[in-house]
Design a binder for this molecule. Sequence first.
Ligand code: 4AD
Ligand code: MG
Length: 428
Amino acid sequence: MALKKIREILDGCCLADQTIQIRGWVYRKREGKELIFLVLRDSTGVIQCTVKKNSSAWSDAQKVTIESSLTLEGVAHEDKRAPGGYEVSTESINITGLAETFPIGKDKSEEFIRDMRHLWLRSRKMNLVMKVRNQVFESAREYFNSQKYTEVSPPMFISAAVEGGSTLFGLKYFDQQLYLTQSSQLYLEILMFSLEKVFCIAPSFRAEKSRTIRHLTEYWHMEGEWPFADMNDLMAFEEGLMTHICQSVSEKCEKEFAELGADINKLKAVKAPFPKITYKEAIERLKPKNPALDWGADLGYEDEKVLAEEFGQPFFVYDYPTEIKAFYCKTYQDHPEIAMSVDMMVPRIGEISTGGAREDNKEILIERMKAQGLNPQDYEWYLDLRRYGTVPHAGFGMGVERLIVWMLDLDNIIDAIPFPRTTRRFYP
Ligand code: 4AD
Ligand code: MG
């Protein structure tokens, strides 16, 4: 007998006179006197199955509960009234795992559902988000590979901060103090000297107390680094990557976007080049709405949102004050107060990536470390990269979950990752 995925049936490829088999879980159940409706789910979709009172499947259909696993045999046929346009007339049911009363129901609070993450991941919403997430990874890799970047594997245990101490997670490593990486950038810089164009998609960790729709303590970070690149090369690469991801996801995830009720046209509209403004221009634009904002201040979430609303699409803000940027940022020779740093921003979320040119001069780098209260001895290996064959180079890091939150217009970043970690959430 033909074992079918639900998607195949919904795509109309099962003949009306052929008995088929579906393996799945009971998603919904409605019981009438003469008819039981079972909605089954598998990884590919959901389909309505009917069981008639006189069929041999009746007693099993009565017995099954929500989330019971089973193999169902029946005949598929088109039915305009059924969700998805197809229905299965059930001939037999073989219960694999009879489920206890499923804790997640209609009347449950958001808090409760979050505590039940291990079960909530079976929901249609999470199933669809995870598929879009998978496509984002695939499309990103496709682009990096097409541009001849080599994917590398950086470490997560590290011995010195990348992005400053305030968001650094410390941990006891046998008898020593180590940290969880905030970014793989410095390790990509090492590998760049061997492989030239490199990238990674790996976790980054931030001891971030902010409770916003855009902060996690563990997130996936897509980072690239390459030699002989300047700010223009960097922005051109980032907008090329973003355009490819948006176009490719819009082509391959049409069904997921439709079922999630997300606007796919927003992705289709993403095309390089993106608007670009300097930090200085950003401050001038924001000044009327936020008079306290002066040159030198970091842009807050609210400022970024206001700017992003004006653009209504991905755009860049570049040339930030050196003082608010990390020690590794390269500065302009005749304007050391300005750093070659660039953020990509999108509506509602604000910043989704930060990148820039890296300081390639050893002496200036040491000065910058000292100015930020860092001990150059903690970064000896990083300084070696400037000692032995230094080159101008640039790179960036994009938060994968921030990208997904924006793409799907999710309420919160926690739904862009299967097991969200926040200040309060680390279970399961
Ligand atoms: O702006 P950040 O801190 O830049 C860096 O880490 C650079 N070293 C990257 C590089 O040049 N290779 O972080 C980069 C991006 C942010 O723009 C944001 O999208 C994401 O990482 N990000 C977070 N995403 C979710 N939760 C958090 N707490 C995040 N912190 C940063
Ligand atoms: Mg940043």
